[in-house]
Write a protein that binds this ligand. Structure first.
Ligand code: B16
Ligand code: MG
Length: 217
């Protein structure tokens, strides 16, 4: 039976992708090239430094590690500034209703995010209380598709991976769930998330009864 739901943050519970894009685009412009929304698709679910590498590849720019660290810090300070103004209105449709229903049903809930800024976002949107465990980029050494983030979540909740369902908007996140030995539900398009057990277009389509239909005990 399913005892726990593990949620990705960006793209599943909140729409912070637009702020990541604004900050990366600003950095690209400073470096003298354009960074499109289509280019930005490749950054979803990817760690900060790996995102920078993709951005520099798009711009055809090669830099030493010290400069790269400084640029990643710069992007992050802009991003932190953008998310400091976030509030509950930026929680994605259906997310709060589903989190509340899971809590009421006794299902455990964890966060499994690559972001080092997850706590700021959870605090600003008043979502902290819904989580029994919070695993973010400050607690992990390996980025998705490595399963570490979700395995740590299961460990903290004291459940086995086979009792967990992961909700993810990124292909790398679905891959991480599969490698962790967990079930998964993709939030987004079937084109990129086809390897998940089920795909929904948003959490508005989810409920505890739907969850039990997808994964019968
Ligand atoms: P930060 P998630 C990910 O969050 C984002 O999807 C990705 O675009 C970002 O680069 C990564 O977090 C790291 O974020 O720079 O704030 O540490 O989707 O895993 O919740
Ligand atoms: Mg995501």
């Amino acid at each position: 039976p399913i005892r726990a739901c593990l949620f990705d943050l960006d793209g599943v519970l909140v729409d912070t992708a637009k702020y990541h894009y604004l900050a990366w685009k600003r950095l690209a412009e400073e470096l003298g090239f354009n960074f499109t929304e289509q280019d930005n698709e490749r950054l979803k679910g990817v760690s900060r430094m790996a995102s920078l590498d993709i951005l520099l590849e798009v711009g055809g720019v090669t830099l030493d590690d010290e400069t790269k660290l400084a640029l990643a810090d710069k992007k992050n300070s802009w991003y932190v500034d953008y998310i400091s103004h976030m509030d509950e209105s930026e929680i994605l449709p259906g997310a709060l209703t589903f989190l509340k229903e899971l809590k009421a049903s006794g299902t455990l809930v964890a966060l499994g995010s690559a972001s080092k800024n997850a706590m700021t976002i959870l605090n600003n949107t008043n979502m902290v209380t819904y989580f029994d465990a919070i695993i973010d980029g400050t607690k992990t050494a390996s980025a998705k598709p490595d399963p570490e983030v979700f395995l740590l979540g299961a460990k903290e909740l004291n459940v086995s991976p086979s009792e967990c369902v992961v909700f993810e908007d990124a292909e790398a996140g679905i891959e991480a769930a599969i490698r962790a030995g967990m079930r998964s539900i993709g939030v987004g398009s079937r084109d990129t998330l086809g390897r998940a057990d089920e795909v929904v277009s948003s959490l508005q389509e989810m409920s505890v009864s739907r969850l039990m239909d997808i994964f019968p005990a």
